[in-house]
Design a binder for this molecule. Structure first.
Ligand code: CS2
Ligand code: MN
Length: 359
């Protein structure tokens, strides 16, 4: 298992590689070319520059999160072949740099959605929160402004300011696009990129939708155990796989996370694990918590044990953390609480291993 931390790059992150290097057990980072617009092909040199910078700090570039999928691909627009070709080029640039893991998502228009980026918790920390009562019925433009105002100057993935103008137009384009259409377009995309993944042994790890249900009336398809089974069947290649993000998939309380990990149709395709905890107040109403089982609603021990049981040996990272100790950072991506998460998760994994490894 390779323990990593997400890093946005030196101009876009308050956390430094030097700090990450000092977290016990962290050997790599997950990063991306955040400045390259979605749909533009990455080059070998750009990836190499990122990789060199990370390696110079004594860490590995363990994977990419994300290479974003252009909306025309998700919409099945006539221009999709052009964007798929560019995606293949980006993958090639990764493969030629010896990078073998790419996390991405297939959510229409928006990446993860939250209604509060700094909800105060009783211990004086704050965390990201979601209240479906505030989303249901809200205009996405209002939501966009709310996210922008609350982001503390950091740009949130999927909510980039330049996207604001497209949003209205995109909503028009998605009118009439069903979940089945989206699934078909997903298959077309996978069929287009899998030959490159096979060639360079790049594990594609689709991230679950967050939250794991439809928002703003848009179709969403990476939401449940059944959905993951379906996606696995879209393309047989083992490189067609998943990011097992507990906080995202678990946002839908019907998803039994350890059972989902152990599902034989899913298990071999788990290429990347995002481990975090959330605390439910009611169905559809939750806030993110520390990683500790007793702080949230998930049994992190059972989740880690299930991963060990299926022989998961891939890349793992703590996901969002709370903002603690007065830190000012990108919402969800401060140093302190994620480092505490690493320490805790490493403790769980070590204890599981020493208790017989579960295999
Ligand atoms: C992230 C996602 O914050 C998160 O939960 O894991 O934003 C993730 O990076 C994307 O959905 C992957 O494309
Ligand atoms: Mn995640």
């Amino acid at each position: 298992m390779e323990m990593t931390l997400r890093w946005y790059g030196k101009d876009l992150d308050s956390v430094t590689l030097e700090q990450i290097r000092q977290i016990p057990g962290v050997t790599g980072v997950i990063s991306s070319l955040h400045k390259v617009p979605c749909g533009v092909a990455w080059t070998y040199e750009q990836v190499k520059e990122l990789k060199d910078e990370i390696e110079a700090a004594g860490l590995k570039l363990s994977g990419i999160e994300s290479i974003n999928v252009h909306e025309d691909i998700k919409l099945g627009a006539p221009t999709r072949d052009y964007y798929i070709e560019n995606y293949r080029k980006s993958l090639e640039a990764c493969g030629q740099n010896d990078i073998h893991l790419v996390c991405y998502n297939f959510m229409p228009i928006f990446d993860w959605t939250r209604t509060d980026l700094a909800m105060p918790l009783s211990d004086g920390s704050n965390a990201l929160a979601y209240d479906s009562n505030l989303i249901d019925g809200i205009d996405p433009n209002t939501m966009f402004e709310r996210m922008e105002n609350a982001s503390g100057g950091f740009i949130l993935p999927g909510w980039e300011p330049e996207r604001k103008d497209e949003i209205k137009e995109l909503f028009e384009k998605y009118k009439g696009v069903t979940a089945d259409d989206l699934m078909n377009n997903f298959k077309y995309f996978l069929d287009g990129i899998m030959p490159v993944c096979e060639k360079y042994q790049i594990k594609m790890a689709v991230h679950p939708d967050d939250p794991a249900w439809s928002v703003f009336g848009l179709p969403r398809i990476v939401t449940s155990e059944k959905a993951l089974e379906k996606i696995a069947s879209l393309n047989d290649s083992i490189y067609n796989g998943f990011t097992f993000c507990t906080g995202s998939l678990g946002s839908n309380r019907e998803n039994d996370l350890p059972a989902c990990i152990r599902n034989p149709k899913i298990a071999p395709r788990i290429h990347f694990a995002h481990l975090r905890n959330i605390k439910f107040e009611a169905p559809g109403v939750f806030h993110e918590s520390s990683h500790l089982s007793s702080d949230g609603s998930f049994d992190m021990y059972e989740i880690c044990k299930a991963l060990k049981e299926i022989g998961f040996d891939g890349v793992v990272r703590p996901d969002h953390g709370r903002m603690i100790w007065g830190e000012k950072a990108r919402p969800g991506y401060g140093l302190y609480d994620r480092a505490l998460g690493v320490a805790y998760l490493n403790g769980l994994f070590e204890a599981i291993d020493k208790n017989g490894g579960c295999r």
